[in-house]
Design a binder for this molecule. Structure first.
Ligand code: GRG
Length: 299
């Protein structure tokens, strides 16, 4: 597998910084009433995270020659949904965790009721961002972007996957059941990030279907790698409590397949994602580099 290239590091740093600045600008200011809620929203979202979903939005946008100003809004919308999901996932009624992105979780730093509202408000803001500006030439395409994000976050996407996750604790899932859970819980939003980036510009139907194949493969690869890292990694490196899946009796790829086969599966999904990019030529270069980053990451 390739070493992450230095031009990719520079590109990634630029998009991460751009996303951070855009989120800081688009989130309500910390002293605006109700200040505690706005401070907690900013705490949950800013200065943390790899920004993988915004990176995917921008990389897919390159395939579609999309204007970066549009991509910025789409990237922030997806990241806000992701930040909301982490806040709710950490709540005592869900995963009950105290550490996220190397800091105390939102309900620990603030309180549980505020954390609940933070998630609600981040989700609403995400959809506001998709509706506030012109993000696609055709308004019907923009409406479809709103729909794509809603489906990805909802009961047929991330929230549904989380429900399956809650019901699976203490059970051994078959591989197809594990895949269904993760395609929804983690994969749906990653796939939507790719779709949204492309929708900000222009792609033909065959490019659109290649991008969707890439997004689907990387959505699952992301979770397969996450399972491996939860098993192999340390709390210090991950910035969240390591080894929690097995302690909580959660079915994972590592518990189903063992670590070596889990790593192999991640490599196979990466290969499928790269095969999907073949017909996109050089415009798919960043997506290819991101596939490597997602599979090789250590946190
Ligand atoms: C509460 C509706 C609801 C959904 C929660 C996505 C999710 C569903 C929970 C997150 C818990 C989790 C650890 C899932 C595994 C994969 C994942 C999404 C990891 C965190 O994403 P990263 O690594 O995080 O992109 P950063 O901090 O880098 O943004």
């Amino acid at each position: 597998m390739k070493i992450i290239e230095s031009d990719f590091q520079a590109w990634m740093g630029g998009i991460q910084a751009r996303t951070e600045a855009a989120l800081a600008r688009l989130l309500p200011p910390p002293h605006m009433a109700p200040a505690r809620l706005h401070q907690a929203m900013r705490y949950a979202t800013l200065e943390g995270g790899k920004r993988v979903r915004p990176l995917l939005v921008f990389a897919a946008g390159e395939v579609a020659a999309a204007p970066p100003e549009r991509l910025e809004f789409a990237a922030c919308a997806v990241e806000l949904i992701h930040a909301y999901s982490l806040v709710h996932d950490d709540l005592p009624c869900m995963d009950d965790d105290v550490l996220r992105r190397g800091k105390p979780t939102v309900h620990v730093e603030f309180d549980e009721a505020t954390a609940l509202l933070v998630g609600d408000a981040l989700q609403s803001l995400a959809f506001q961002l998709l509706a506030d500006q012109r993000l696609a030439d055709d308004p019907r395409v923009q409406l479809d972007m709103v729909r794509t994000l809603a489906v990805a976050a909802g009961s047929r996407g991330m929230a549904g996957g989380q429900q399956i996750d809650l019901e699976s604790t203490g059970k051994a899932l078959t591989l197809p059941e594990l895949e269904v859970m993760h395609i929804h819980k983690t994969g749906a939003l990653i796939r939507a990030a790719v779709t949204l980036g492309a929708a900000c510009g222009h792609v033909d139907p065959s490019q659109k279907s290649s991008l969707d194949r890439y997004g689907k493969a990387m959505g699952l690869a992301f979770q397969v790698v996450d399972d491996a890292l939860d098993y192999e990694g340390s709390t210090g490196t991950l910035g969240k409590t390591a080894g929690k899946d097995s302690r909580q009796g959660k079915p994972t790829y590592v518990s189903a397949l063992g670590l070596p086969r889990t790593r192999e599966l991640a490599g196979e999904l990466r290969a499928d994602a790269l095969a999907a990019l073949e017909q996109l030529g050089d415009r798919g270069r960043r997506l290819g580099q991101l596939a490597d980053f997602i599979v090789l990451r250590k946190f």
